[in-house]
Design a protein. Sequence first.
Length: 160
Amino acid sequence: MPSEETRTMTPPTVRSSAAHDAGKAGGASTRAWTMRLLVLGIVLSALNLRPAITSLGALLEEVRDGLGMSGSVAGLLTSVPPLCFAVFGVMAPRLARRFGAGAVVCAGMVAIATGLLIRPYAGGTAGFLAGSALALMGIAVSNVLMPVIVKHWFPDRVGP
């Protein structure tokens, strides 16, 4: 029996287009636009899952010099991503059950944007680490739940 944390969400029920159109005029058009917006949201969300991690490696020396970080603090900074992924990635299924996967991913996107906005304006190492951790928390939960959303809305198109 799967545990509470490994249970997956059931796919949405799919109604026939005739039943959908009987409920309201232009239903197929509305559904098509909804699906397009979902795909756009998934693609844009997926594109935001990497910049906080990949941008730092190329600029680590400049960040270290600009903030006056020691080598050990710079080493700590490079260990923040796996730490956030481990801690918050594990919490993602629970959060999704409580608030819904879409809401958690949206909150994750807000956390990513906020963390990335804080980092350049952080006056010191602590602020930079806090902004990085916030962005990485958002990445962790979004990265875990993005496949759940794709499987939920597009169960027959998970591969593509």
